[in-house]
Design a binder for this molecule. Sequence first.
Ligand code: PNS
Length: 162
Amino acid sequence: MSAARTTRRAVCPGSFDPVTNGHLDVIERAGVLFDEVVVAVLHNPAKRGRFPVEQRLEFLRRSLSADAPVRVEAFANRLLVDVCRDVGAVAVVKGLRGGTDFHYEVPMALMNRHLSGVETVFLPGAPQWEHVSSSLVSEVAAFGGDVSGMVPAAVLEAWRQG
Ligand code: PNS
């Protein structure tokens, strides 16, 4: 058997609008399983998100450990399978928080495999982030609720500055 080994790269895709501590947990765990992780911020420039894409990238970059084997990139109007091909990823990694995520994620995973053969690896979401999603924390924060401990400091700062 040859000792030569290519880099095994995974893509962690999402809107990350904004990144939560649950996302960060999945990205960091993906970095243990793969040689390199590309965090792909997928977006549609015609649709206004909660945060501009540049700010979502900044939140991610500020929140991820500098020595993690992770890079963060934005992709506009692209199929995930095309992103995976372009960056040379062998797998997609996603977190699964429970039944609702399962029903949303499995058809996408099967579609992506149908389109290109790329496999999706699901990591069970850590129980402390089970209820944490970008949309829920954004709603709570918008009404002045305390979301510290659910999102990284960079996101909290942005909300505190209004
Ligand atoms: O954070 P989200 O919004 O749950 O992420 C969903 C995302 C961006 C990963 C998904 O919508 C996606 O892969 N979009 C890219 C377009 C695409 O490939 N669509 C077909 C999916 S089978």
